[in-house]
Ligand binder design. Structure first.
Ligand SMILES: Cc1cc2nc3c(=O)[nH]c(=O)nc-3n(C[C@H](O)[C@H](O)[C@H](O)COP(=O)(O)OP(=O)(O)OC[C@H]3O[C@@H](n4cnc5c(N)ncnc54)[C@H](O)[C@@H]3O)c2cc1C
Ligand code: SF4
Length: 597
C-alpha cells in the first residue's frame, strides 16, 4: 500500500510592512477555499489563523489501536470534556471555577480525547456567556475540518427558496442554478463519494466510488423504497478514487479509523483544509500564512470607511500587529466572524463593521439533533463478522417531510444519519445480561446485528435568536467574548417528536425490531452546524451581505463562511460553505481586477 506523504510547504517570512491584495481571517473550510480561489487568480494573499500549525498526523494517529495507547485514547489526567448534563444544568461560561486544568467541549468525550486535546479549544481560555450552548471550536490550522464528520451534502431550491415553498422566513438571494457549477467544482477539486439518487431535494454530486452499505443497511434501503423514501450511502467528503492534482492527499483505504475517533484522517483521504486547499495555495507562491494570529478588529480607513486591514494579537507573544490589505475576507466560522464584525467598531461603523442593518449576530440558526432509534436485525444474529467500520460513514436518509405534503405541527424537515453492522467495540456489550462464556457468545452473536440512526433537523432562522458581545467577560487575550441569546422553539420540538415516530415506523416497516428510541433533544449547539449570523439578502436593511457575501456597507469586506446562510436547511453545511466561498471569491477577484474594490 503506497500512502502519499508529501511534506507541507516550509514556514515563510511574513512581511507586515507590505499591503497584500487580500487578507483572510481563518483557515477552515471557508478561509481555505478563499485562499485557493484567490491565489489561483494570481492575487497576493495573507492568511491569519488564530490557532497553531500542528503536526497533525502525530495528533490524529488514525491507525493506532486502543491497546497501543497508554490510556486507550484518553487524554492525560487534568483534561475534562463537558457532558450533556453540564451543558444543560449549568450556564456558560462552563469552565469557570472548574478544578480541571483543561476543559474541552463534549467532542473530547467521544472516546479519544487524546487525539483532539490540542485541536479543540481549551474552554478556560475561550469563555462565552448567556444561554446554554454547546459551542465546539477548533483553533488550529484548518479549524474544524481537521476533525469534521465529512457528511458532504448539497442544498436544493427547497432550501434556497424555502419562503416561496412554505411562507416561512426569507428566500436566499440565489437559487440552486447559481451555485450548482460551484458545487461541481468543489466535488472535482476535493473529491466526494456517494451514489446518484436523482432527488430534487438532495441534488447529486459528481461522485467517486461510494462506501459499501452493510447488510442491515441494505435491508433498510430496500424497505424504504416501498415507502417512497431513500437510504443512500454516506455522501462523504473523502476521496475514494484519489486526486491526481493534489500531492498532499491519499485515497481512502477504508482503514476504519473514521468510526473509531472523534474524526480526522492522517492520510488526508478525508478532506481537511490544510492539505486540500492551503498547501496547494501556498504552492502557487501567492499565499503567506501566519498562524498564532488572533484577529480582533477589521481596521477602517477613516477617510473612506473602507476596510484597510486587520488588527491582530500574537497568541504566544501577546504582541499586537496590523496586517494591511486592499480587501478583507472574514472566514473565522459563523460565530467568530460575527464576533469580529461586532468588535470592529469605528466612527464610520459604530455598531460594528458591516452592521448598519443591525442584523449582525441575528437570524442565528443551525440543526437540532438528539432523537433517534436503534434496531436489531434478527436475521443477522450469529452471522460471521464483517468489516463494517472500514469506511468513512454509514448512511443518510434525506428529508421526506414537507416536500409535496404538508406535515401537521412543523415546517421544514430533517434527515437521518446512521450506520449498522460491526464496529471496533460491540456497543451492545453494556446492555447484555450474564457473564462468562455465554455472555461473550451473546455479545459476539449480536455485535453486527444492530442499526441506529439519529435525526438532524432545520432550526428556523429567527431574528430573536442572536449573539452579541458580553460587556464584561473577556477571553485569555483580553478580547470581549460572545454572549448567547438563543434557544430552540416550538417548531424544533415538534420536529424532534416526529423524528422518533418516523424512525420507529421505518425500522418496523423493514422488519427490524426497535430496541431503543431516544426522544431527548440535545443542547443547542450540539450539531456543530452554526449558521446565519450575517445573512445574505437583496435588502441592505434586513441583511448584512449581498449574494456574493460582500458587505452591503463596505465593498472591500467579504464574509465567506456559514454566517452568510439565510436558513439552515437540514443538510450539513460544509460543502455549501465551500461552494459559496468559491463563487464569491471568483466574483471578488473579477471586481478586484476591474479596480472596483
Ligand atoms: C466533530 C465535528 C463533526 C462535523 N461533522 C460535519 C459533517 O459531517 N458535515 C458537515 O458539513 N460539517 C460538519 N462539521 C462542521 C464543519 O467542520 C464546519 O461546517 C466547517 O469546518 C466550517 O468551516 P469554517 O471555515 O466556517 O470554520 P472552521 O473550520 O471552524 O475554521 C475557522 C478557523 O478560523 C479560526 N479563527 C477563529 N477566530 C479567529 C480569529 N479571531 N482570528 C483568526 N482566526 C480565527 C479558527 O481557529 C479556525 O481555524 C463538523 C464539525 C465537527 C467539529
Ligand atoms: S476510512 Fe478512509 S477517510 Fe476514514 S480515516 Fe480511514 S482512510 Fe481516512
Amino acid at each position: 500500500m503506497t500512502l502519499v506523504k508529501t511534506p507541507p510547504p516550509l514556514s515563510q517570512e511574513v512581511d507586515l510592512s507590505k499591503t497584500y491584495d487580500a487578507v483572510i481571517v481563518g483557515s477552515g473550510a471557508a478561509g481555505g477555499m478563499a485562499a485557493h480561489v484567490l491565489t489561483e487568480q494570481g492575487m497576493d494573499v495573507l492568511m491569519l489563523e488564530a490557532g497553531k500549525k500542528l503536526p497533525i498526523e502525530q495528533e490524529l494517529r488514525s491507525m493506532q489501536w486502543p491497546y497501543d495507547h497508554p490510556r486507550r485514547g484518553e487524554a492525560p489526567p487534568g483534561y475534562h470534556s463537558l457532558s450533556f448534563n453540564e451543558y444543560t444544568i449549568r450556564t456558560p461560561p462552563y469552565a469557570k471555577g472548574s478544578t480541571f486544568k483543561h476543559v474541552m467541549s463534549y467532542v473530547g468525550g467521544w472516546g479519544g480525547s487524546d487525539y483532539v486535546k490540542n485541536i479543540l479549544v481549551d474552554e478556560k481560555d475561550h469563555p462565552y456567556t448567556g444561554t446554554k450552548y454547546a459551542w465546539v471550536r477548533a483553533r488550529a490550522l484548518g479549524g474544524k475540518t481537521n476533525i469534521w464528520g465529512r457528511l458532504a451534502l448539497r442544498l436544493s431550491d427547497y432550501d434556497f427558496k424555502g419562503k416561496t415553498h412554505d411562507g416561512y422566513g426569507e428566500d436566499w438571494p440565489i437559487s440552486y442554478a447559481d451555485i450548482q457549477p460551484y458545487y461541481d467544482k468543489v466535488d472535482l477539486y476535493l473529491g466526494i463519494s456517494g451514489v446518484k439518487e436523482n432527488l430534487p431535494h438532495l441534488p447529486d454530486s459528481l461522485f467517486q466510488r461510494p462506501n459499501k452499505l452493510s447488510a442491515g443497511e441494505v435491508k433498510l434501503r430496500e424497505s424504504l423504497k416501498k415507502m417512497g423514501r431513500v437510504l443512500t450511502p454516506y455522501r462523504a467528503g473523502v476521496t475514494t478514487d484519489g486526486l491526481k492534482h493534489n500531492r498532499y492527499r491519499s485515497k481512502c483505504y477504508g482503514r476504519g479509523a473514521c468510526d473509531r475517533r472523534p474524526g480526522g484522517c492522517d492520510i488526508h483521504a478525508a478532506f481537511d483544509s490544510p492539505t486540500g486547499l492551503i498547501y496547494p495555495a501556498m504552492d502557487t507562491g501567492h499565499l503567506t500564512l501566519r498562524t498564532n494570529s488572533i484577529a480582533h478588529e477589521v481596521l477602517v480607513d477613516p477617510n473612506t470607511g473602507k476596510a484597510r486591514g486587520v488588527g491582530f494579537v500574537d497568541s504566544a507573544t501577546r504582541k499586537s500587529y496590523e496586517a494591511k490589505a486592499k480587501v478583507v475576507i472574514v472566514a473565522a466560522s459563523t460565530l467568530e466572524s460575527a464576533r469580529l464584525l461586532l468588535l470592529s467598531r469605528s466612527a464610520q461603523h459604530p455598531n460594528g463593521i458591516g452592521n448598519s442593518s443591525g442584523h449582525v449576530g441575528h437570524n442565528f440558526c443551525e440543526h437540532v439533533m438528539g432523537p433517534g432509534v436503534t434496531g436489531l436485525v434478527k436475521d443477522l444474529v450469529g452471522k460471521p463478522p464483517t468489516l463494517d467500520d472500514g469506511r468513512p460513514g454509514g448512511f443518510y436518509i434525506p428529508r421526506f417531510r414537507n416536500l409535496k405534503e404538508r406535515q401537521p405541527g412543523f415546517v421544514r424537515g430533517y434527515g437521518f444519519e446512521g450506520s449498522g453492522g460491526f464496529s471496533i467495540f460491540p456497543g451492545n456489550a453494556f446492555g447484555t445480561q450474564g457473564f462468562g462464556a455465554q455472555f461473550k457468545k451473546e455479545v459476539r452473536d449480536h455485535a453486527g446485528a444492530f442499526i441506529g440512526m439519529g435525526g438532524f433537523g432545520e432550526v428556523l432562522a429567527r431574528y430573536e435568536n442572536y449573539v452579541d458581545l458580553d460587556p464584561q467577560e473577556k477571553d485569555a487575550w483580553g478580547i470581549p467574548t460572545l454572549r448567547f441569546h438563543y434557544q430552540f422553539g416550538d417548531n424544533e420540538k415538534k420536529m424532534c417528536e416526529d423524528m422518533v415516530v418516523a424512525g420507529r415506523e421505518m425500522l418496523e416497516e423493514a422488519g427490524i425490531e426497535v430496541v431503543g428510541a431516544d426522544d431527548k433533544m440535545l443542547t443547542e449547539g450540539w450539531s456543530i452546524h452554526e449558521l446565519g449570523t450575517a445573512r445574505m439578502g437583496n435588502d441592505p436593511k434586513t441583511s448584512v451581505l449581498n449574494q456574493f457575501q460582500q458587505s452591503h456597507d463596505v465593498k472591500n469586506l467579504f464574509v465567506v463562511d456559514g454566517s452568510s446562510h439565510v436558513s439552515a436547511s437540514c443538510q450539513n453545511p460544509t460543502w455549501t460553505i465551500m461552494a459559496l466561498a468559491w463563487r464569491s471569491c471568483e466574483y471578488l477577484a473579477g471586481e478586484f481586477k476591474k479596480g472596483n474594490l
